[in-house]
Design a protein around this ligand. Structure first.
Ligand SMILES: NC(=O)c1ccc[n+]([C@@H]2O[C@H](COP(=O)([O-])OP(=O)(O)OC[C@H]3O[C@@H](n4cnc5c(N)ncnc54)[C@H](O)[C@@H]3O)[C@@H](O)[C@H]2O)c1
Length: 251
């Protein structure tokens, strides 16, 4: 068995479900110790149990990514337990299908608090703990909707566009600390975020849009890219954006 991130210490936010769970499982299978964080305690602990059942190492921290105090607790936990952080996957995110005209201030603020401020706080909070890493890497989960738009998700699309360029800003600034920072831009992936729409033929057709491969992606197909960016195989990549969308934005 290959161990592409053997001995690394990884923090994965939003690890209770969907892609965050898949990223946590794959990183653990490839030799990382994973700190799984989420607002959803039950789901987060279940991810940890799944990793333990496979013989991997993981722990859970209750964590709202929009709160700086929660980030401090997560970093303290990782450092106390493992001495450092090598990999941060800023995966937690929320979506609302609302047009610009139907988006109220509270919804706008909440989406930006989680998706953008959460990512910013994470990039900043891990700097000291990454100073003890030989090859630190931050992976920010944006979306293909950080590059293009579709109807009825204005705040989400703006937030993911912000994550895209925040990643480039972080790559420039955190070079000083030897930290690489890249963004991943999934297309339509089958998780709780999209399952309701994908369940109907009409919804699936609308959501899949121009996806060349003609199907939703599976979380594990995004995890493979996260693993690559977490590992030293991607050592010459920083400030990059990797699109994993089945060809949606190619046409
Ligand atoms: N599913 C898709 O098609 C798709 C496509 C592109 C990008 N994304 C992005 O990928 C990431 C994961 O999406 P998913 O589809 O797995 O979603 P999901 O809804 O299945 O899981 C998201 C997880 O984040 C957690 N979370 C929500 N708010 C949080 C907060 N404030 N603090 C900590 N955790 C919080 C949730 O409890 C949940 O466990 C998100 O950033 C999402 O925007 C998803």
């Amino acid at each position: 068995m290959t161990s592409r991130v053997e001995g690394k210490i990884a923090v994965v936010t939003g690890g209770a479900a969907g892609m965050g769970r898949a990223h946590s499982l794959l990183l653990a299978r490839q030799g990382a110790s994973v700190v799984v964080t989420d607002v959803d305690g039950a789901g987060g602990k279940e991810t940890v149990q799944l990793i333990a059942a496979e013989g991997g190492t993981a722990s859970f921290m209750q964590h709202d990514v929009s709160k700086a105090a929660d980030w401090a607790a997560v970093v303290d936990h990782a450092v106390e337990r493992h001495g450092r952080i090598d990999v941060l996957v800023n995966n937690a995110g929320i979506l609302a299908f609302k047009s610009l005209q139907d988006t109220d201030d509270d919804l706008w603020d909440r989406i930006f608090e989680v998706n953008v401020k959460g990512t910013f706080l994470g990039c900043k909070a891990v700097i000291p703990a990454m100073q003890k890493s030989a090859a630190p890497s931050i992976i920010n989960i944006s979306s293909m909707y950080g590059i293009i738009a579709a109807p009825n998700a204005a705040a989400y699309e703006a937030s993911k566009g912000a994550v895209r360029n925040l990643t480039k800003a972080a790559a420039v600034d955190l070079k000083e600390f030897g930290i690489r920072v890249n963004s991943v831009h999934p297309g339509v992936i089958a998780t709780a975020m999209t399952n309701d729409i994908l369940a109907s033929e009409e919804g699936a057709k609308a959501l899949l849009g121009t996806t060349i491969l003609g199907r939703p992606g599976q979380p594990e197909e995004v995890s493979a890219v996260v693993l690559f960016l977490a590992s030293e195989e991607s050592s010459f990549m920083t400030g990059s954006e990797v699109v994993v969308d089945g060809g949606y934005i190619a046409q």
